[in-house]
Ligand binder design. Structure first.
Ligand SMILES: [Zn+2]
Length: 85
């Protein structure tokens, strides 16, 4: 598994958790809901990962290109096309 694949998988998990949180009612306090806790933790983790995710060869960021400009990471750098990992 490359970093890009792991990242995309985590995004998929995050989306599933978000859907579950909105559709499945759990008889617990909202903040004690496991989907809420997992969703928040994973959300923070993905944010940090997106910020530090850069090409080791040219140092270009792979996910955050700008404040409103994001892209999904690929196995190769989008600027120098070298393999990441
Ligand atoms: Zn690069």
């Amino acid at each position: 598994m490359t970093r890009a694949k792991v990242f995309k998988l985590l995004i998929a998990v995050q989306i599933i958790v978000a859907i579950m949180l909105n559709t499945i009612p759990i008889e617990l306090t909202f903040y004690m809901n496991p989907f809420y806790i997992v969703g928040m933790a994973l959300g923070c983790f993905l944010m940090l990962k997106a910020i530090v995710y850069a090409c080791p060869h040219c140092g270009k960021h792979q996910i955050m290109l700008g404040f409103f400009n994001y892209r999904l990471p690929t196995d190769n750098c989008y600027t120098c096309c070298k393999k990441i990992d």
